[in-house]
Design a protein around this ligand. Structure first.
Ligand code: TXA
Ligand code: MG
Length: 323
């Protein structure tokens, strides 16, 4: 079983030797390996059961340490970096020769970010290489937002988990790139379109084409509990339709348990904070997925701000109606 520790130096030892360490970030836990070592990187794909055509994000401590890994660093990137890094924004930039082929899965762009977590920043500062890290879940399953979730899902396959407590954003980074010169969001995430527009002075567009080859994390059936899951705007209708089943409900602001007998109901944010909903969503999905339910019903969030990232994940994790 993986050692769970808060000790950055022992994490460095494992990584330096080419091993895997699960690391905390502000979004979700990542499964990290030395980003310049093809043999170390191969283990990430094996531990997760991840298809090798799915590229990895490189994590750095500073903008300066990114420079050798990209062939250009446009002005807009420096502007975004000064506003959002460290933070949950991933940028797709033209790669340099220093980036191993397996990191980008043959793409000519590499995904880079500076995560905002004190333990992981301290670790990155002590390393002589970036950390390649996808989310630390078996491929296709819910992303982990606690060390215990990583231990439950991958603990038998990796030597170490760096425990940085619960992740504060709870939803993955926003992926931004340039398509025909125009800023484009490839994956909505913890930094909102509105925030990016505020800095760039122009609203990035959503990537329209099928991204299944470019970014397999954007394909269907991802972020999914093993229990059958339905996301909907009409929770009561679904409760009525499935009333013979053992149901768990994840509601946003107020519950439905007074109108239907349900096995378990969790209200994510009685105050209606989208941030709080994002922070608690995956942990709640994990919890309900261990309860031997017949069905998990999740209520869609309002579409603005981080709500669009929440709804993007819900659509991929479930059968969904009404949105
Ligand atoms: O918040 C996050 O981004 C977390 C933490 C650990 O940093 N990481 C994460 O990694 O969500 P992952 O691998 O689960 O999702 C990254 C997504 C995948 O859909 C991948 O296909 C896409 O980013 N991606 C990575 N490199 C890419 C590239 N060079 N071009 C296009 N898409 C890329
Ligand atoms: Mg992932």
């Amino acid at each position: 079983m993986a050692t769970i520790t808060k000790d950055v130096l022992s994490a460095k030892e494992v990584l330096d030797a080419g091993g895997l360490v699960a690391i905390p970030t502000e979004t979700v836990y990542g499964l990290a390996a030395k980003g310049t070592d093809a043999a170390a990187l191969k283990q990430i794909f094996e531990a997760k059961g991840r298809p090798v055509n799915n590229p990895l994000i490189l994590h750095f401590a500073t903008l300066d340490s990114i420079r050798p890994f990209v062939s250009e660093l446009p002005q807009a990137v420096q502007l975004l970096a000064s506003n959002f890094w460290p933070g949950p924004l991933t940028l797709l930039l033209p790669k340099s020769k220093k980036v191993p082929e397996v990191v980008t899965a043959g793409n000519d762009r590499v995904a880079v970010r500076i995560p905002d977590h004190p333990l992981t920043l301290e670790l990155l500062q002590q390393l002589e290489y970036p950390l390649a890290a996808p989310s630390a879940n078996p491929s296709g399953y819910i992303s982990p937002t606690r060390a215990a979730h990583v231990a439950q899902q991958l603990g038998g396959k990796i030597p170490m988990i760096l425990d940085g407590g619960p992740c504060k954003s709870g939803i993955e980074s926003t992926i931004l790139g340039w398509d025909e010169g125009l800023p484009t969001i490839y994956r909505p995430g913890a930094i909102t379109t509105e925030e990016i527009a505020g800095v760039l002075g122009t609203t990035p567009r959503a990537h329209q084409k099928s991204t299944s080859l470019l970014a397999p994390g954007m394909s269907l059936s991802h972020y999914a509990p093993r229990t059958p899951t339905i996301a909907t705007t009409a929770v009561l209708k679904e409760l009525e339709r499935h009333k013979e089943k053992k149901i768990g409900v994840i509601a946003l602001r107020s519950g439905f348990g007074d109108q239907f007998l349900v096995e378990k109901e969790v209200i994510l944010s009685p105050q209606g904070s989208l941030q709080e909903m994002a922070q608690k969503l995956y942990a709640t999905m994990y919890q309900l997925d261990t309860m031997d339910l017949d069905l998990i019903l999740i209520e869609f969030a309002p579409g603005e701000g981080i709500g669009s990232a929440i709804n993007d994940r819900l659509k991929r994790s479930s059968i969904h109606y009404n949105l």
